[in-house]
Design a protein around this ligand. Sequence first.
Ligand code: 5GP
Length: 225
Amino acid sequence: MSMAPTSSVHDDHAKPWETVRRGLLLLVSSPAGAGKTSLSRRLAADYADLILSISATTRPPRPGEEEGREYFFKTREAFMAMAEAGELLEWAEVNGNLYGTPRAPVMATLDAGKDVLFDIDWQGARQVAEKAREDSVRVFVLPPSWSDLSRRLHARAQDGEDIIRQRLELGKREIAHWSEYDYVIVNKDFDRAYADLIHIYRAERMKPGRNPWLPGFVQELEDEA
Ligand code: 5GP
């Protein structure tokens, strides 16, 4: 897959109005095992203007997960203290654990004119979209089949049979919300699904409202004409 990452508007030759950019909130949901995390992390790695939101959670770290990279791991008390202090943009209980989005990094990213990417369940996506409808873009990732989803969860070999069954059950409930989303990707082939996600992101970036520099640019074109 060779698609050039976005060229930042923050380049050395930019005129003042060219640097003005209104950040969007790209919310990606799916049942566990459908590929959402790999797709999201790759997009954030390839696009410098898109910053992955790192959530807080009460779930214990899985092998290989690091504090501040996959999640900020919290006790239930510490998590609830953050929620009560208004430090979370949204939060929800998923499978008995609490997950939430720290507000400050999201605001700082938007203030810097950059976009934020969320790996988030349907409850969180709904809460963020309610708070910032104009700025939110919701993407749902579906597996190509139920057997494929089950196979992917088994292949991860991270969880025992009981946990996998729980995650599949939870997946069914997640999928029930697919129609609340702006876009749906069926992840049959990773490269294809990734190309689809890039297209969604790039097209949404080109909406006039997200580029407040356009009137100045057009004015300059008209003055030159
Ligand atoms: P996991 O435990 O597999 O990492 O994540 C379980 C679920 O929680 C996934 O659907 C994931 O997208 C969701 N999730 C992760 N972070 C957040 C968050 O900050 N808020 C909400 N509402 N869901 C989250």
